[in-house]
Design a protein around this ligand. Structure first.
Ligand code: TXA
Ligand code: MG
Length: 317
């Protein structure tokens, strides 16, 4: 069921059930983070391996402090500047958070999402919400209540409809547990903004292969069922796939033959608009069952880096 009834959503969560929740990044599949059975049902519904830890969602810095050993000064600076918003902080957890949530780690990922319905819901319940993106493991993340309904509707009693996710990319994750702040996932908040806030450079370690601290950052992820290719030269890639039914995920100006089906993430070249459209357009193209989707690589700065990260993982076979 899809709706906007916060009381009903809270009732299901209090009973230990899962609820689809809107956030500004992507929709989440939420449950009481302090209830192990409820947390297990998240993993089951998503078919997610237990080694891939969950982010907990709270409504304020004050609430976040209840679940961590300490809140380092730099982390506090970031929380004050960017929460509610697309930033997740990795902090030392305390005993209240089950190891099931963190996949056995002593660190917990926390954020305050920026969506009015979800913030009201968080105020109604007395626990933090563990919530991964509300898609089957490995598939494209959802940015609308309908996306959640299509794939998980049969398994989730309620989906809170907060409209289209504004940002459209998952949160940026920063490990704040050592003095060297480290980015574990590129996301909706550009690294440059975090660096400006702190007045220092961050370390970026985003490959699962090179970084055991970032479980779940698998090379193949965000993947449509259709073959997916990332290209820095569309004409060349189109030639290469000649004879097949091709769809293009374009960005900015640049002519494509009108015979080829194309969606443009942003004709004006806006990174914000491209992020906002990304997952919806990937889902639309996937549903049309072309032989191959060719996506144009974005410029490597700002949100372009996070978008290219998603496109690269989507293209891994
Ligand atoms: O924007 C978002 O962050 C969305 C919305 C729903 O809040 N959530 C989201 O969750 O993207 P999910 O489950 O799709 O990605 C969570 C990732 C994990 O795969 C892992 O890389 C990292 O966050 N993570 C979570 N807890 C962690 C921990 N304790 N240590 C290291 N990495 C962690
Ligand atoms: Mg996810």
């Amino acid at each position: 069921m899809i709706g906007t009834d916060i009381e009903l959503a809270a009732k299901f969560l209090n009973e230990g059930l899962t609820v689809g929740i809107p956030t500004e990044t992507v929709y989440g599949l939420a449950a009481n983070a302090l209830n192990e059975d409820a947390v297990i049902s998240i993993f089951k519904i998503k078919k997610r391996p237990f080694f891939d830890p969950l982010i907990i969602h709270v409504d304020s810095i004050q609430e976040a402090k209840k679940y961590v050993e300490n809140f380092p000064e730099k982390a506090l600076l970031l929380a004050e500047k960017f929460w509610p918003g697309p930033l997740t902080l990795l902090l030392q957890k305390n005993d209240k958070i089950p190891y099931l949530v963190t996949s056995g780690s002593d660190k917990v990922a926390v954020r305050v999402p920026n969506n009015p319905l979800t913030l009201s819901l968080l105020k109604q319940v007395s626990f933090p919400l563990a919530a991964p993106s509300a898609n089957p493991f490995g598939y494209i993340s959802p940015t609308r209540a309908e996306h959640v309904q299509e794939q998980l509707g049969n398994f989730v009693p309620y989906i809170l409809d907060g409209g289209i996710s504004d940002v459209g990319l998952e949160s940026t994750i920063v490990d704040c547990t050592s003095d060297i702040m480290t980015v574990l996932r590129l996301g909706g908040l550009p690294v440059s903004e975090i660096e400006t806030c702190l007045g220092e450079k961050l370390l970026v370690k985003i490959s699962a292969n090179s970084n055991p601290d970032a479980p779940g950052q698998l090379d193949k992820h965000y993947s449509p069922n259709t073959a997916f290719v990332l290209s820095d030269n569309l004409d060349k890639s189109i030639m290469k796939h000649k004879g097949r039914k091709i769809a293009i995920l374009n960005f900015g100006q640049g002519h494509i033959s009108p015979q080829i089906y194309a969606l443009n993430l942003s004709e004006t070249g806006s990174m914000d608009e491209a992020a906002h459209n990304l997952f919806h357009f990937m889902r639309q193209l996937d549903a049309l069952k072309f032989d191959v989707i060719i996506a144009k690589k974005l410029p490597e700065y700002g949100l372009g880096m996070a978008i290219n990260d998603r496109l690269t993982r989507a293209s891994v076979k």
